[in-house]
Design a binder for this molecule. Structure first.
Ligand SMILES: *Cc1c(COP(=O)(O)O)cnc(C)c1O
Length: 364
């Protein structure tokens, strides 16, 4: 059945090893982030196992539903909830996860009550907002007060602090913002009279700093998803090479359903497309094109796809169709052919969530 997403577990294991060894050399532990599927939830276990084989012991996910499913499927290792918990999911959080990222005092108070009720200790990493403007405490005073309260709560263990960069605000992790994180951690340590276990300096986007040896010394933890699973952002967006990283772990395949020569500029008055947007089109005359049975319902935006045949270009598409310019394709393309595409993280995540995409593990 097509479209088909092929996943290389060996590639994920390889990238886990490369990233965890790179980080281990600088005293940094990794939580492997497995944010993905509802529709193909069983993939968590093979992926978790591949990460573990590659040397990653701790896993993180953003959704309780996934974490509960992983426990149901028998996963016993450490799991961190990496989205700030909803107040309505604290009972499950304490029961199924070991630790979580937090930023709200009220949530922590309720989390503490729940942990005490279940006679458990729940680990807490307090999130600090260093300018990316998604989650986290901004004010030093509020951070210190929250840390102090957290330290006093018997059901919670204050593991440390962390930050998230390069998500909403697209802020680059650097010596300055991560240096500030370390400074805040040391102020908390002075207040509570002990060392914090975790100073979590972000996600994949912090890896360039590590490659270049510029990461502040006391940063000792990262939460890495893309850099292990897909492995393309660091090389292609950040232009930083991590030797040994594989970039072909996820490949999506789709079948050619129409092969024609057409105008590259639509005919008639341009108004709105299927999604209410008014696009622009480059007029390149008549071009050879292939229509594939793969659309936004399968991968989200089609520009997250990279065709594996050289010279093929993704022009766009709609819910169920992908449109390719194949005029300059370096290989012959026929009706019924199966074409392969590399995916960026967003397209990978959409495809793994899509119930219309079948999933297969690749051997290599
Ligand atoms: C998604 C996410 C990560 C992982 O991000 P990558 O860029 O895929 O490495 C880490 N931390 C948090 C809080 C996240 O939401």
């Amino acid at each position: 059945m097509y479209p088909k997403l092929q996943i290389s577990l060996k590639g994920i294991e390889n990238n886990s090893r490369v990233v965890s060894e790179l980080c281990k050399n600088q005293g940094i532990a990794i939580t492997g982030v497995v944010k993905s599927s509802n529709s193909y939830e069983e993939s968590y276990i093979p992926i978790a196992k591949a990460m573990k084989k590659g040397g990653i012991e701790s896993l993180g996910d953003s959704r309780m539903k996934t974490i509960m499913r992983m426990r149901e499927l028998g996963y016993k290792g450490e799991i961190m909830l990496i989205r700030i918990p909803m107040i309505s999911e604290l009972e499950d959080l304490v029961r199924y996860a070991d630790c979580s990222l937090n930023s709200e005092r009220k949530t922590l108070e309720l989390l503490n009550q729940e942990a005490l009720k279940q006679r458990k200790s729940h680990g807490v990493v307090l999130m600090v907002d260093l300018g990316d403007l998604r989650e986290g405490i901004e004010e030093e005073e509020e951070l210190m007060e929250t840390a102090r309260l957290c330290e006093e709560m018997e059901g919670l263990e204050l593991l440390g602090i962390g930050t998230n960069l390069g998500c909403y605000g697209a802020i680059v992790p650097d010596e300055k913002n991560l240096g500030r994180l370390v400074e805040l951690a040391e102020k908390i340590e002075a207040m509570i009279g002990r060392r914090l276990k975790i100073i979590s300096g972000g996600a994949t986007s912090t890896l360039p700093l590590i490659v270049e040896g510029r990461c502040p010394e006391r940063i000792n933890h990262l939460r890495v998803g893309e850099g292990i699973l897909v492995g393309r952002d660091i090389a292609e967006i950040w232009q930083v090479d991590i030797p040994g990283i594989r970039k072909d772990n996820y490949i999506i395949q789709a079948q050619v359903i129409e092969l024609k020569e057409k105008f590259s500029h639509p005919l008639g008055r341009i108004f709105v497309d299927a999604f209410g947007k008014t696009p622009t089109y480059e007029d390149r005359g008549r071009r050879k094109r292939a229509l594939v049975a793969l659309g936004k319902r399968d991968v989200g935006d089609l520009d997250g796809l990279t065709p594996l045949i050289e010279g093929v270009e993704v022009m766009g598409g709609s819910s169920d169709h992908g449109i390719l310019d194949i005029e300059d394709a370096k290989e012959e393309i026929n009706l019924g052919d199966i074409l392969s595409f590399n995916l960026y993280y967003g397209a990978m995540m959409n495809s793994i969530e899509s119930c219309s995409v079948s999933i297969e593990y690749r051997e290599d």
